[in-house]
Design a protein around this ligand. Structure first.
Ligand SMILES: [Zn+2]
Length: 289
């Protein structure tokens, strides 16, 4: 076995145990091993993945069919966090691509000021709705003929952990970008403090059939170098609050955010501490072309 990112063949074990196969509580029958490349630090789950053109995948990820209204209901609320990371500058009159855009929530919010919004999404049942507002492709390689070297910003939120070959994935995205343009990707962080603090409970939730790849800050930086980007800047985000962590500790299950108001005042300090120390649950990475 060779790492698809750095081509070395030395691995340690990042996790060994049952993994999540759908929503909370659905676990694999057998124990699985997530390997960690000793050179680039990327985590890898062999035999992971789904057919991303099929309904089955959306059911495993979102717990329901690939319906655009359902997608919007689940994901519209998350878009403020993304726009908080990017700011609102840089969208007006720009060419923006969203790779693995699902039902297109992010593009919908910025399409009012952008010149062109390119929706790359393999799931066929989203494509008809996406095409009403955006230019649609199944894969980045399909968009290269027309858009190579022309895109100002490509974003790809929580997609890279699903793909078969993250290096090829980023190299293809890079070809879309014009000189001086940027790529923003996000992915879960395997340095998330809860993984170390609550391993037995949280690990079998975090590691999942749908995610073939696992990254932390260091492995994202290495990946950027291998993909040929000029520079990388990491922004850690902890999406969940103190209430969520306390409920994990008490109930051993996810409860979302804001379930208890007593400690709301602590949320800012809690998130800021985790984000500064790289122990937050999510990583955004800016790559410059
Ligand atoms: Zn590697």
């Amino acid at each position: 076995m060779k790492c698809k990112i750095c081509r070395t063949d030395k691995f340690s074990v990042l996790y060994h145990g049952r993994i999540r196969t759908g929503g909370f509580g659905n676990l694999s029958d057998e124990k699985q091993t997530v390997y960690c490349c000793e050179s680039c630090g990327a985590g890898f789950l062999p035999d992971a993945g789904f057919n991303y053109e099929a309904q089955e995948y959306r059911e495993a990820v979102d717990g329901g069919a690939a319906d655009v209204r359902m997608f919007q209901g689940l994901h519209d609320g998350e878009q403020a966090e993304k726009i908080a990371v990017t700011g609102t500058k840089g969208y007006r009159s720009a060419i923006i691509a969203d790779i693995g855009c699902g039902g297109g929530s992010f593009l919908d919010f910025i399409s009012g000021v952008a010149e062109e919004t390119i929706a790359v999404e393999p799931c066929k049942s989203f494509q008809k709705d996406l095409a009403r507002q955006h230019t649609v492709y199944s894969y980045v390689r399909d968009a290269l003929d027309l858009w190579a070297g022309k895109v100002d910003l490509a974003v790809s939120f929580a997609v890279m952990e699903h793909v078969d070959d993250p290096l090829l994935f980023l190299q293809e995205i890079r070809r879309l970008i014009k000189p001086g343009g940027k790529v923003l990707v996000s992915t879960p962080n395997y340095d998330d403090w809860l993984l170390k603090f609550l391993p037995d409970i949280y690990e079998s939730f975090f590691y999942r059939q749908a995610h073939q790849w696992y990254f932390n800050g260091r492995s994202m930086e290495k990946l950027a170098v291998y993909a040929g980007f000029k520079s990388v800047e990491l922004v850690y985000k902890n999406r969940f609050d103190v209430s969520n962590a306390l409920h994990w500790l008490r109930d051993h299950r996810p409860t979302g955010i804001g379930k208890m108001e007593l400690f709301t005042e602590l949320d800012c300090s809690y998130k800021s501490l985790l984000e500064r120390s790289g122990r937050a649950d999510f990583i955004y990475a800016w790559f410059t072309v």
